[in-house]
Design a protein around this ligand. Structure first.
Ligand SMILES: Cc1cc2nc3c(=O)[nH]c(=O)nc-3n(C[C@H](O)[C@H](O)[C@H](O)COP(=O)(O)OP(=O)(O)OC[C@H]3O[C@@H](n4cnc5c(N)ncnc54)[C@H](O)[C@@H]3O)c2cc1C
Length: 459
């Protein structure tokens, strides 16, 4: 490829204690935690709203609890608390979440169902960031880093007002893609081991009819009940095995990479129907990503036709919402000081520097945390290798695919964000230049003070 040398330019500089790049699932909790712990905090987000995949891609924010129903006699424990649970309460009060509901069918996969209205989610989380005093830079892309030795000094951003340098003491990469870490020179791999997706909201479709259709065909595999359309004890989550209806339907669903599980808070609306696609290259490849964007929008049109033809009551269904861009399950995997293995996850290993406990595995019931228990994520697992003042949070950590199927889950990413933001603020406040030097006891106490729950019996 040909190249040019970009001329050096003078840019405006802004100074902060903590700079969080990426206002998605993990990043918003990092920024709120940093600001609440007294740090002057900036949050850089390329889109015009916050929330990331929690607001645009996934299925719900289930798994705040251990998998108690799958293990008779196991105590039901709320594992993830802190700011993520505070958000659930705020969201529920704003009619933007169902609250926590017990899953009726397929509880051995996930005993807890929490449905979210993604538009209210975007608003409530932004409100929480503003209340905490975070400088939220929306429509702002982090495009480069300023690195000196093993320290990140600043992030170069582009927005409609031009190029700026956002300088800081401690940085948190919450971009999902690992853009900040990669540009700062951190070691990473790109496993390309998941499909990418675009999830759509479908209007003009009836979840009760969908439930009956699956049930009557002996195809119902999953459901949960909760508030919907202003009434309690309604169906809010449903899935089925379409192969039980016909082989032809199953073939079409497979061809489209269609995940038929849906959740909703509203009558006549499915919040998520996901279409998946396995990219031939990693999602950091711009042109391959553009092809995938096209392919998924094509699949959405086909999936809508299929729903209209197949599901009673969906004859006039329409696409009410799509994710603005592709959503990914992983792009870069950033090397950190510790890399948790699936063996540690499933055996419920706890660490003497852990930053939260977690109890859900996305391959359940095939792979579960032993005895319905929990494991811990160590502080070292978010410290980016070779860089003194950079944390990585969210889907970009954990190289072991099976372990990643737990650490990357929405609620785990949120807890990780809170821990990183708290640690970053404590380092900035006490002049600690290498995040590895923060005494663990101080971090643990600050997290406990913020209602983070640790599985005490293991500490
Ligand atoms: C289709 C799909 C379904 C899923 N379903 C579930 C599920 O049901 N349950 C579950 O627990 N988990 C699920 N997951 C996994 C989970 O949603 C993700 O692992 C998690 O949300 C990742 O959070 P994150 O903060 O790392 O990334 P994101 O939420 O993607 O946040 C990254 C943010 O950074 C911003 N950004 C990126 N680059 C830049 C840049 N250079 N400058 C500024 N901003 C930038 C993005 O716009 C985004 O807001 C699913 C994932 C996908 C893709």
């Amino acid at each position: 490829m040909e190249y040019i040398v970009r001329p050096e330019t003078k840019v405006n500089a802004r100074y902060y204690d903590v700079v969080v790049c990426g206002g998605g699932t993990a990043g918003v909790f990092a920024a709120i935690a940093a600001a609440r712990n007294g740090a002057k905090t900036a949050l850089i987000e390329s889109k015009g709203y916050v929330g990331g995949i929690a607001a645009e891609g996934g299925c719900g924010l289930h798994s705040f609890y251990n998998l108690w129903k799958a293990f008779p006699g196991v105590e039901k424990r709320m594992v993830v608390r802190g700011i993520p649970e505070e958000m659930v309460q705020r969201l529920t009060q704003a009619n933007g979440a169902s609250g926590h509901n017990e899953t009726v069918l397929r509880y051995e996969y996930d005993s807890d169902t929490l449905c979210v209205d993604v538009e209210i989610y975007k608003f409530v989380v932004l409100q929480m960031l503003r209340e905490a005093g975070v400088h939220v830079m929306l429509n702002t892309m982090a495009v480069d880093t300023l690195v000196s030795g093993q320290r990140v000094e600043g992030v170069i951003t582009e927005s409609h007002q031009g190029c700026e340098a956002v300088m800081g003491k401690v940085f948190i990469d919450a971009t999902g893609y690992g853009d900040l870490s990669a540009r700062a020179g951190a070691p990473y791999t790109e496993p390309n081991d998941y499909t990418v997706a675009n999830s759509m909201g479908i209007g003009g479709i009836d979840i009760d009819k969908y439930y009956s259709f699956l049930k009557d065909n002996g195809a119902l595999t999953e459901y949960a009940c909760g508030p919907r359309g202003g009434r309690s004890n309604q169906i809010i989550r449903v899935d089925g095995d379409w192969s039980k209806i016909s082989d032809e339907l199953e073939r079409k669903v497979q061809e489209l990479g269609m995940h038929t599980v849906t959740t909703t808070l509203h009558d006549n609306y499915f919040m998520f129907i996901k279409l998946n696609y396995m990219m031939p290259k990693t999602p950091t490849d711009r042109d391959a990503l553009a092809d995938a964007e096209y392919e998924l929008r094509r699949r959405q049109q086909e999936a809508l036709k299929l729903l209209r033809q197949t599901v009673p009551g969906a004859e006039n269904a329409f696409i009410a919402r799509t994710a603005p861009t592709i959503t990914i399950r992983r792009a870069r995997c950033i090397e950190c000081e510790y890399d948790i293995s699936n063996e540690e996850v499933v055996n419920g290993k706890h660490f003497n520097d852990e930053i939260y406990s977690y109890g859900f595995h996305d391959y359940a019931p095939r792979i579960q945390i032993k005895n319905g228990g929990t494991y811990g994520l160590p502080y070292r697992a978010i410290q980016v290798k070779d860089l003194e003042n950079l944390f990585a949070v969210g889907m970009m950590i954990t190289s072991d695919h099976n372990a990643h199927m737990s650490t990357r889950n929405t609620v785990s990413c949120m807890a990780m964000g809170q821990a990183a933001g708290t640690a970053a603020a404590l380092c900035a406040d006490s002049g600690i230049t290498n995040v590895r030097d923060l005494p663990y006891g101080i971090l643990h106490d600050a997290l406990v003070m913020s209602n983070v729950w640790f599985d005490q019996e293991h500490l």
